[in-house]
Every structure is written in structure tokens, then in C-alpha cells.
Design a protein around this ligand. Sequence first.
Ligand SMILES: Cc1cc2nc3c(=O)[nH]c(=O)nc-3n(C[C@H](O)[C@H](O)[C@H](O)COP(=O)(O)OP(=O)(O)OC[C@H]3O[C@@H](n4cnc5c(N)ncnc54)[C@H](O)[C@@H]3O)c2cc1C
Length: 422
Amino acid sequence: MKIVIVGGGFGGLKLARRLNNKPGFEVILVDRFNYHQFQPLFYQVATAGLDASNISFPLRKVFHKSKNVRIRLAELREVVPSENKIITNVEEISYDMLVLAMGADTNFFGNAQLAEEAFPMKSTVEALQLRYRLIENFEHALYMKDDVELQRLMNVVVVGGGPTGVEVSGALAEMKKYVLPKDYPELDFKRMNIYLLEGGDKTLGTMSEKSSSQSRKYLDKLGVTVMTNTLVKGFDGKQVSLQNGETIATNTVIWAAGVRGNVPEGVDKNLIVRGNRIKTDRGCLVLGYNNVYAIGDLAYMETPKYPSGHPQVAPVAMQQADMLADNFIRIERKSTKFYDFEYNDKGSMATVGRNLAVVDVPKPKLHFGGLFAWMIWMGLHLMLILGVKNRFFVFSNWLYNYFTYDQNLRLIFKEFNKTKTK
Ligand SMILES: Cc1cc2nc3c(=O)[nH]c(=O)nc-3n(C[C@H](O)[C@H](O)[C@H](O)COP(=O)(O)OP(=O)(O)OC[C@H]3O[C@@H](n4cnc5c(N)ncnc54)[C@H](O)[C@@H]3O)c2cc1C
């Protein structure tokens, strides 16, 4: 059975690993990058806490000893289900089974100006671009004579009070407190403002009430200006305009307010639902097809427990990949019984800063906050990062940062005088 998997993220990579060296399967894993990205730590790359290579893992290295998994560095352009083939930017690939695991991209809700000017954080490259902009702002601030322009450089606006927005705001607040005043002694960091704008009435709205209120308390403690019930109307690269008519002067907006599935051309448009996700059955089979599957952030599956689809998180993608691998093995063995997907939610967590995190466990219903939650958060992320070397480097970086209150990665790898970062 020739299985083509598009996307080497949490779902696609897990599936390829499950089918690795399984007799009866030929697997082609296609991705536009030649590495797997550990998205939960993008914010630490953006805020110079981790090196990009620490959270990236070369896909080819995962399959060094594989007899049946092959990698293609290519971007999917179109699916042609009637001919059982996909078209990429470099070649056409035929399949017996196709698995779409391309995840999601930033959703700017159709606002072209926002898409042009704001910083998303959906790839390692984007996290690095954001890092450069943040550091360059302070380099420019040193020369700025105009007070209004100086303030614009010192303001950072984060949009979206979910885990990503909360984590990046907290990390910026810690940079402001511990690192930046030492790097730029000429600047007055009391003037640096970090705004976190959230459309709903609380931060971490999808977590428990306790986690929401605790995250808000932690952010307040770190000096982040949290503005709830606040909707962004636009951003022209110089100021953010809000629905209520107010404006915030800044040249740096970090957009963490939504994602939309990476649906390829060729998929029946009637199957695309809210959030640009593709409708599947309980076996991840795209409705109306007999050999095209979708998993992870891109898939939309209704179940009695999740009538409006599953949360777009890594464990859903990985558990769907697991189930699909089992079903493929059953198909190969000519079995007629297949598994239906049931999400096993082991909990959710977010970190705000050193010793400050929140953890919710659904069964038994538990909530942790503070240092203990922070240690759980660190332990779990270390376990999930791919590669012993990466784990070691991330852990040693965290230790170093913890004891020195510093990160040493504030480097701008760009040609001199090329100021455009996006
Ligand atoms: C900043 C951030 C923080 C997050 N934090 C957490 C967290 O703490 N916990 C958690 O559970 N989840 C978190 N998530 C969500 C989690 O990362 C996703 O739910 C998960 O990655 C989804 O897995 P996936 O396999 O569906 O897609 P991804 O892991 O996104 O993988 C998609 C892959 O497809 C590739 N691809 C996309 N389009 C194409 C194309 N046209 N051609 C070829 N390849 C393509 C991409 O390069 C990528 O490798 C976070 C996400 C972000 C952005």
C-alpha cells in the first residue's frame, strides 16, 4: 500500500513513524520544510530564549534506518482524487492512500493590511523574523530623537489571549525586566509597554476558570497591560486601531488570534467548514472519498463528545495519527473492523513566566498553578521535543536562563543595512 502523507508536523510525522518498517507499506512523507517544528516553543525562539535549531528536527534523520519511508521536500499544490495523485511544486506523486496533515496557518480574517504588517508565529522562520524585529526596535530606539516615534518603538502589541498570546506576553515582560535594561542601559524601560489584547472577557478562555483568573493575575504581576473585550480593527504598521475607536502606537503587532486550515486545491469545497477545516468521518476519512484522509488541525470531525470539532492541539493530531496507523494496518490485513476516533484529553497547560504556569487535568478534575505547574509544563515539553540532543540543549538553555536571568541569543542574522524584516 503506497501511502502519501503531506505534512511532517505532529500528526504526519507520528503516522510515518508508526508505519516505519511495517511490511506491506511504502510511505512518502512530503513537507515544505526539511524539518519537523515544535510549535509550542516558537515563542521562546521569538523572544531569544531558545535557538531555532533546538526546536527543529531534520525529517530525514528520523528515518535513517527506514526501509520504507522516504522524504520529499516539496509543497503540495493540488490534490487530484480522480487520478489518485497529488501535484507538488516539483513533481506529481501517485498514491493508494493520501493523508492530508498540513495543519493550519495564521488567520487574519481576510484583513490584508494586518496580514502584511503583523507578525504571525506559525513557523520557525516567522518566529525568527519576530525576534529580529524586537531586537532591532531597541537598536533603533537608541538613535530616536522624536519622542512619539521612540514610544512607538517601545510598545509591543500581542493580539489573542489564548496560550500563545499569554506565553509570548509573559516572555516579553521577563525580557523587559531582566535582560533588556542590561543590553540597552541608555533606554528607559519603564517606557516599554506590552499590551495583550483579547476579544473575549478573559485570558486562556478555553481553560478552567481558575487557570483563566490565575493567568490574568500572573500577567498583571509581570506588568503586561491586559485589555479584554477588545477587538482590533486594523494595523497600518504604525498604529493599531481598535473597534472602540482607540489607537495604540506601535510598529510591532504579534498576531496570535486565530488559525485556518491549510486546505489544498482539489478538495471538494462543500467539505470545508468553519476555520477552513476539512470534514471527515470518525476514521479521519474525508467525507465522500474512499482513500483521502485528513488529520490534526486541518481535520474537522464531529463526535458526541466534541459536536463542534476537536481542539486544534498536538495531542489530537498525534492520537488521530495513531488511530489511522492502526486502521491502515487493519486494511492491509483485510480486516473489516476499524477503529473510530475518540479523543483522550489528558489536560491543557500554559506558562506565563518563571515559576508561573497553569495546568488543568480533566480526569480526575485537578488544577495546578505556580511553580509546580511550571515544572509539569517544562517536564512535558522536554518529553515531547524530538531528539535527545534537542532535549539536552533546551534543558541546558532553560537551566542557564533560570540561574543567570539571561538569554544569550539576541543575535540578528541579517545583512547589514537590510532593515526590512518581513
Ligand atoms: C505558537 C504555537 C504554540 C502552540 N502551543 C501548543 C501547545 O502548547 N500545546 C499543544 O498541544 N498545541 C500547541 N499548538 C498547536 C499545535 O502545534 C498544533 O495543534 C499541531 O501542530 C497540529 O499538528 P498537525 O500535524 O495537524 O499540523 P502541524 O504540526 O502544523 O504540521 C503541519 C505540517 O505541514 C506542512 N505543510 C503545510 N502546508 C504544506 C504544503 N502545502 N505542502 C507541504 N507541506 C505543508 C508544514 O510545514 C508542517 O510541517 C501551538 C501552535 C502554535 C502555532
